[in-house]
Design a protein around this ligand. Structure first.
Ligand code: FAD
Ligand code: FES
Ligand code: MG
Length: 277
């Protein structure tokens, strides 16, 4: 059992939990993730390792309550435990030593996954410009946390309700055109956002890493659920990623695969209303 040592509410739907998991904390590296289950009957969901402390034996997760399992997770309190907490999974992030300036782009929920990447780059002494985008002002998450690990932070809203109207791609383009010279762009968010960020950075020849988030089931490369096509090759996001070269990913195929599960997701939408197991 994996005890919840600390629980913090970061915004209405976004929570941070520090979990007692000494073996994972010992091996974890930035960019990796865990798969958890809240109870014996529960489904497995992947969450990024937002932070870890090998000495204290703890792993931090940050999650947005978007559906049944994340809502169940958010209801657990300090002192309660998770039945499964498996990891570290996936390949650790790797950045070339030549990278001096990076732009980290987070779209919506992807901001929770982009935050540890910005923090890691910042800790390495790399200059970080973070650009995070949301549909509207009320959905903005982790603004202070991302700001604390960035040299520059731009928060965009699609509807302009925070006074900064536009997509993350608009902000990135303005930064590049204003003379910012990024050696690396990391983009994490909806597939359509990562597709257009990658299209833009390809025009400017800037290396781009995206974090793919297909449905994951076993997290070991066995079930094939998380397969993606990268550079014409079939790869598995759980073992070969989740980070990939943004210029090589087949986004259109990934979007088609994501839509394959729409019906099942709609039916689970009704399930989480009022069901607690
Ligand atoms: P549901 O209603 O079941 O699903 C909502 C949406 O979540 C779906 O449309 C689908 O796109 C996605 N999803 C559902 N089940 C899975 C699954 N088994 N695997 C992958 N995606 C799924 N979210 C965070 O808030 N913080 C994180 O740090 C984070 N890290 C992630 C790291 C990886 C490698 C991946 C693949 C996903 C990550 N996610 C993260 C997304 C998170 O896994 C989903 O939000 C979660 O599974 C939703 O489950 P649900 O039952 O609450 O919602
Ligand atoms: Fe099953 Fe990746 S989650 S192969
Ligand atoms: Mg679910």
């Amino acid at each position: 059992m994996y005890r919840i040592l600390k629980k913090t509410t970061l915004s209405e739907q976004v929570k941070l939990m520090v979990i007692e998991a000494p073996l994972i904390a010992k091996k974890a590296r930035p960019g990796q993730f865990i798969i958890l289950r809240t109870n014996e009957q529960g489904e497995r969901i992947p969450l990024t390792i937002a932070d870890y402390d090998a000495q204290a034996g703890t792993v931090t997760i940050i999650f947005q309550e978007v559906g049944k399992t994340t809502i169940q997770l958010g209801k657990l309190e300090e002192g309660e435990s998770l039945v499964d907490f498996v990891g570290p999974l996936g390949k650790p992030s790797h950045f070339e030593e030549s990278v001096k300036k990076a732009a980290v782009i987070g779209g919506g929920l992807g901001t929770a996954i982009a935050y540890p990447q910005a923090k890691y780059l910042h800790a390495l002494g790399i200059k970080v410009t973070s650009i995070i985008g949301f549909r509207t002002k009320d959905l903005i998450i982790l603004e202070d946390e991302v700001g604390a690990v960035s040299d520059k932070l731009l928060v965009m809203t699609d509807d302009g309700s925070n006074g900064n109207k536009g997509f993350v791609t608009d902000a990135l383009k303005s930064q590049i055109e204003a003379g910012e010279q990024f050696d690396l762009v990391i983009a994490i968010g909806p597939l359509i956002m990562m597709k257009f960020v990658s299209k833009l950075t390809k025009e400017y020849g800037i290396k781009t890493i995206v974090s793919m988030n297909p449905i994951m089931i076993d997290g070991t490369g066995m079930c094939g659920g998380c397969r993606v096509t990268v550079g014409g090759k079939t790869l598995f996001a759980c073992v070969d990623g989740p980070d990939f070269d943004g210029h090589e990913v087949d986004y259109d195929e990934a979007m088609r695969r994501q839509n394959m599960y729409k019906k099942q997701e709609e039916s689970s939408c009704n399930l989480f209303k009022g069901v607690d197991n």
